[in-house]
Design a protein around this ligand. Sequence first.
Ligand code: IVH
Length: 665
Amino acid sequence: MTDSIHAAERIAKLRQEIERHNHLYYIEAKPELSDYEFDKLLEQLIALERQFPDLVTPDSPSQRVGGAITKEFVSVTHREPMLSLSNTYSPGDVEEFYNRVKKLLALEGVDEHEMVAELKFDGVAISLLYRDGLLVRGATRGDGVQGDDITVNIRTIPTVPLKIEDVGEIEVRGEVFMRKEDFEQLNESRPEEERFANPRNATAGTLKLQDSAEVACRRMSFVAYYLKGIRDESTAHFSRLKLLEELGFSTGNHYQLCRELHDINEFIAEWSEKRWKLPYETDGVVLKLNAVTLWDKLGATAKSPRWAIAWKYPAQQARTVLNAVVFQVGRLGTITPVAELEPVLLAGSTVSRSTLHNFDEIGRLGVMIHDRVIIEKSGEVIPKVISVVLEERPSDTQPIVIPSNCPECGTPLARTEGEVSYYCANEEECPAQIRGRLLHFASRNAMDIKSLGKALVDQLVAIRLVKDVGDLYFLQEPQLEKLERMGRKSAQNLVRALDESRAKSYERLLYALGIRHVGRATARELSQAYPSLEALMQASEEQLATVPDIGPVVAHSICDYFAKPSVPHFLEKLNAAGLPLSASESTEQINRNFEGLTVLFTGGLDRYDRLTASELVMERGGRVVNSVSKKTGLVVAGHDPGSKLDKALKLGVRVVSEDEFEAML
Ligand code: IVH
């Protein structure tokens, strides 16, 4: 009983602390804890809730880690239709909208036409319902009338409050999106052929996932831009946005009240530059009449309200000259033609390269060297060539010739039937492929070896100090010190970073190997189905294809990988390097020092509260009891112990001090 009261207090404290840090991190962008420290807090909460399942509530931050699997999302009807906005690209239309609203209101005898200008976030619209201060439903827009109930997935978004002050039954609408950085990280973790084209697609794809634990890993964000249901219906839109902030929602903080048309135009002009500096994508500006009481008066067309409009930025395009084409060799040997462009300013940065994807794409564009080309950036991080200005084709153009040999190692290129890409089959020796594998191995989602950057990898491969990732672990400081731009300190750092990477998980290692089609999610599935590399190697294609989410193509690719003659030797090297070739080797090692032991605490401990001490024992295989008997294996006696100590001594039970207990841990 007392344990559960203690636990309830501790849980409440932890939750408050976690939500506070969440807010500091995501909304105020002023984190006070490292990711590691934050994760530790969350882990503590989860462990406690597991121990006291009755204390779990839907608003607990532990509910953000997901776990529920949904077969099919239930369809729900919106309380009022989720309309979209009428879009315009022309400044004339904005003026017309402003004048029209002003005139309509004047007809009603109203001289109130202030507008709120907001950013148009490029993501996916959702609706949230709060009842008694708790998030009770999160739904997609769907067809505007009915959407899908995706509450389980929405709960995982850190900037969606699970609990707010109780202000009655309210509906909050807003946009789920992925920050550019989180989008890039997600894409980095996926096999090349499964990457999302832009953050919006990634968000839409993620919200529909059936596995909420996977959703939680993908880091999405939420901004609120609409609030309905509050008691004071006369509250203007601007004040509603402020209220949303007070309730703990993020609004993005970049909205403004505009009295006159020129204020609107200034806002649009200002953000058409500043938008590039935002950590997320915006695709325009939304204007809404501030006086919500007048919204109904203006009404709506079938699709969009008459009290709002979206001004969309034109697609970002630029004209430049294609100077040359180089051919890059990827870590899997795929050849990618890359256009070298006359540097040009586009969407806030200078662009001098752009991928041409493959040779079919070159054919489709009909592009030649020295052509004038149009490049475009539309959501994608990397700009692409979208067309050739044929009317201005110069006389000195030259065709782009498909190379017959690998530009890195000279091996004749091959092309698989039915595939668009050419590849270099010299997997073992091609320096570009070796470099690519090393960089993939060191990347953030793989072994996360920060000090192993591109320049260093280039050198290590060029002087043949390293041929595969296993070699990295046998590098010595003196060898490294001699390299260009290295020195003693950097050499030490690299050796330390490599050493630390040995403690990474087996799941990460599986991903880091760089097996074709095996992204982070597949690596996770594989690590669960086959908890050691040895077991995985012995699995047949048919067996592999029975693992969730693994189809015949992935299964084939895994078998192909392990069938390579060089693999046994390579894996031996990884084993000798001390890398985690099985799940048991890699899980954070908590010892089993209390296995089978029944432990009783009496008196106060200086360095642990009772609950933590109990957790520590249980994690290590022990059991914690409240009364002494002959079966009690150990009594930990703190200061001012009670009568239980006497009883224990009488029964001859082993008694230890806090120091001894700590040593046992
Ligand atoms: S208000 C009835 N405000 O744009 C008006 N929408 O084209 C409801 N969007 O479906 C929408 N930023 O997904 C509003 N600041 C903002 C927005 C915004 C992005 C999206 C939203 C909506 C679409 C309409």
